[in-house]
Ligand binder design. Structure first.
Ligand SMILES: [Fe+2]
Length: 313
């Protein structure tokens, strides 16, 4: 699993990827995995098992039809059919199926997500997309997390848009997607993914997808790294617990003017200078390591609980 995770970026070292294109550039790693390795990561049978298995809520599954998004749980409620029958019917009429957090329902994918998280030092989460041939894909958008798109079966066309209105490099989690505010500008680079190809897209890079004339299944492994802001926020909270100066009110008043603001600015800058000497990312790293270990443990619990439910039947 660790070998596969590090090979998502081709034959280069992960350290070379971190120092090079990571967070800077969209890269296609052609043939990063063999078609057999890609198929071994996930396939339609495992998707069916995950969907119909115990504990897999239909609420995790979304259905796209010509740019409209529906929840599978709502469709099942209306039609009265099983999740699996509903999905088969929906795929037959050309819908794209997205199963979110599939790593929580498939033990092998849970292990893979964990190895990706550790290899790239980031939280990792896996969605799977299944699209029948010749259908619409996804309209231009960007995501707030970096993504490894791993083609596990069939093929898919992608467009990487060079720019868009109000674009911001590496947008934070608070930047909500808005198709009116963010519109593609200028040329777009087309590329096609075949089984075993991996596409790395940094957060904030606009992309769109279209189907080919064959069915497609891909995994999107979303990476949420620890950012400078994230470490500083964690550190400020830790230091605030030790230092009452951070917990005091800022002296200001509603009617206050420039002088009052200037005094507060001097005070805040002095405080930041003093705190700057104390900043130490080790505690944040330790907390993150512990969280990754805890996530790994809870992922395996979901599986063990599912097996226990099956045995009880
Ligand atoms: Fe996306």
């Amino acid at each position: 699993m660790y070998r596969l995770a590090s090979r998502l970026v081709g034959p280069q070292d992960v350290s070379a990827f971190n120092a090079g294109p990571r967070e800077r550039q969209t890269v296609k790693f052609e043939g990063a995995l063999t078609a057999e390795e890609a198929a071994g990561l996930f396939d339609f049978n495992r998707l069916q098992q995950a969907i119909s298995g115990p504990g897999a809520p239909a609420a995790q599954t979304d259905v796209y039809r010509v740019e409209n998004l529906m929840r599978l749980s709502d469709i099942i409620k209306k039609s009265g059919t099983s999740a699996l029958t509903a999905i088969q019917d929906l795929v037959r009429i050309g819908c794209t199926i997205r199963f979110r957090d599939v790593d929580q329902y498939d033990r092998d994918l849970a292990g893979f997500a964990r190895s990706v998280a550790e290899t790239y030092a980031a939280d990792a989460q896996v969605n799977v997309y299944f699209t029948p041939p010749g259908q619409n894909g996804f309209p231009p958008h960007f995501d707030n997390s970096d993504a490894f798109i791993i083609q596990v079966a069939g093929s898919k066309n992608w467009l990487i848009h060079s720019d868009y209105t109000e674009s911001q490099e590496l947008p934070g989690p608070d930047v909500d997607w808005d198709p009116v505010r963010f519109r593609p500008v200028g040329p777009a680079t087309p590329l096609i993914l075949h089984a075993g190809d991996v596409l790395y897209i940094p957060r904030g890079v606009m992309h769109s997808a279209r189907c080919t004339d064959e069915a497609s299944m891909h995994l999107t492994v979303s990476l949420t790294p620890l950012t400078m802001l994230g470490v500083l926020e964690m550190e400020l909270r830790r230091l605030a617990a030790e230092d009452v100066a951070l917990r005091r009110r800022v002296p200001w008043s509603v009617a206050g003017g420039a002088e009052e603001a200037a005094a507060a600015k001097r005070q805040l800058r002095k405080l930041l200078g003093r705190l700057g000497e104390k900043v130490n990312p080790s505690a944040a790293f330790e907390e993150k390591r512990a969280n990754l270990a805890k996530a790994a443990a809870s992922q395996s619990n979901v599986f063990e609980e599912a097996v226990a439910t099956m045995k009880a039947r």
